[in-house]
Design a protein. Structure first.
Length: 391
């Protein structure tokens, strides 16, 4: 501003401040990376509930693992009738074996933690088993770091499970986590980046369908006599014109007419250049890898890791399903044994897994042909208990 001394002050000229990029009106995002939250609730909502690849991976593992037959045995024999078997067949009035174990494996895959409650128990063991939601459970560590209680919170209500009085009412199965002493690390957390990429590519494809005529570029204004800024009225009119005549699926393919010094400058890449389809496939493969599912079992094209579907299915059982079932069944078997007092082992029955029939036949034939082994040694190699002594 300029002020006169001794004379009338000169008229005040308001300062006009404008960005150097004012002449460029860009119709695109800022390019800033936005990641989804990493807490179990958000991952479950964005991954399992909103992503078809992660949904199918979790369902495939959980349903396949829940369908595996389980056996109860000790160091002497394999039981055909046992309280643990009865409890496993019907864990509670509203769930059968398949539903119960699908919930256990699902919670473990989604959050890295699975919680099973025994209610109520008698002298012979628990009468019912219930799967508790992992997002509602919180562990209360003691002075030595081991859990002394678990809190189950729903809204403003909270129930505490005491782990120090008698047999623990909660069986906590957790996945390995290298940086947490109390909670597990889920495959969904490992696949979080791939989930964001896959979901973003899907949203981009949907937006392209809904807004096919919206070009990726900028409108540059070059006015007469070097004027480089639109007036407020011109700017509002241009924006209204773009929104009403050149955006949305209804206006797909409509040509754009620029006048009065407006020029269109294309920016970015075309969908073919960006190869969004291949980006989605790569993200889908990363999600499948995080869960341990061969991509071809999820219908992801372009994957030639396995020679055929049968080989991929066998690898899926060997590398993903069996380790998961063995881990969970061993934890449940040890926990349930504490109620009855007799130490039994709960394990998957590999002889009844059709995908492993070829391997089991070869193993049985190889062990049976080993004449230098005794019957007891052969049974031990096949994972069978010793033969009961004849009366």
């Amino acid at each position: 501003m300029v002020f006169g001394f001794g004379k009338a002050a000169a008229p005040v000229v308001p300062e006009v401040k404008a960005s150097a990029t004012g002449p460029v009106i860009a119709f695109q995002g800022s390019g800033r990376v936005a990641w989804s939250p990493r807490d179990p609730v958000s991952l479950t909502r964005n991954g399992f509930l909103a992503n078809p690849v992660a949904f199918r991976a979790v369902k495939l593992i959980a349903e396949t693992a829940a369908a595996l037959p389980l056996v109860v045995q000790d160091c002497e024999r394999r039981y055909e009738v046992h309280p643990v078997l009865d409890l496993i067949r019907r864990p509670n009035p509203v769930q059968g074996k398949a539903d119960f174990f699908e919930a256990v494996y699902g919670q473990l895959l989604l959050s890295g933690n699975a919680y099973v409650e025994a209610v109520p128990w008698t002298a012979g063991g628990p009468a019912e088993l219930h799967v508790l939601r992992s997002d509602r459970m919180s562990l209360i560590p003691g002075a030595d770091g081991w859990p002394v209680a678990y809190d189950y919170t729903v809204g403003n209500r909270k129930h505490r499970f005491d782990m120090t009085a008698g047999v623990a009412p909660i069986c906590h199965v957790r996945a390995f986590h290298p940086q947490d002493d109390h909670y597990g690390f889920s495959p969904m957390q490992a696949a979080a980046v791939a989930l964001d990429v896959h979901s973003s590519a899907s949203r981009w494809s949907k937006a392209l369908l809904d807004n096919a005529a919206r070009p990726s570029g900028a409108i540059v204004y070059r006015g007469a006599d070097g004027q480089g800024a639109l007036s407020a009225e011109q700017y509002e009119r241009l924006v209204a014109e773009m929104e009403s005549h050149h955006m949305g699926a209804r206006n797909a393919g409509r040509p754009m007419l620029l006048e009065g010094g407006l020029d269109w400058k294309p920016m970015g890449f075309s969908p073919s250049d960006m190869e969004f389809h291949k980006t989605k496939e790569a993200a889908a493969r990363d999600i499948a890898i995080a869960f341990g599912v061969p991509p071809m079992l999820l219908g992801v094209t372009g994957d030639a890791t396995y020679a055929n579907y049968q080989e991929a299915n066998r690898a899926f059982f060997r590398l993903t399903v069996l380790p998961l079932v063995t881990k969970v069944s061993a934890a449940l078997g040890h926990w349930l044994s504490a109620f009855g007092g007799d130490s039994v082992e709960l394990k998957p029955d590999l002889d009844q897994v059709p995908a492993l029939a070829v391997e089991r036949d070869a193993q049985w034939a190889r062990v049976a042909a080993a004449e230098f082994l005794t019957v007891a040694e052969k049974r031990s190699l096949l994972g069978l208990p010793p033969m009961p002594e004849e009366a």
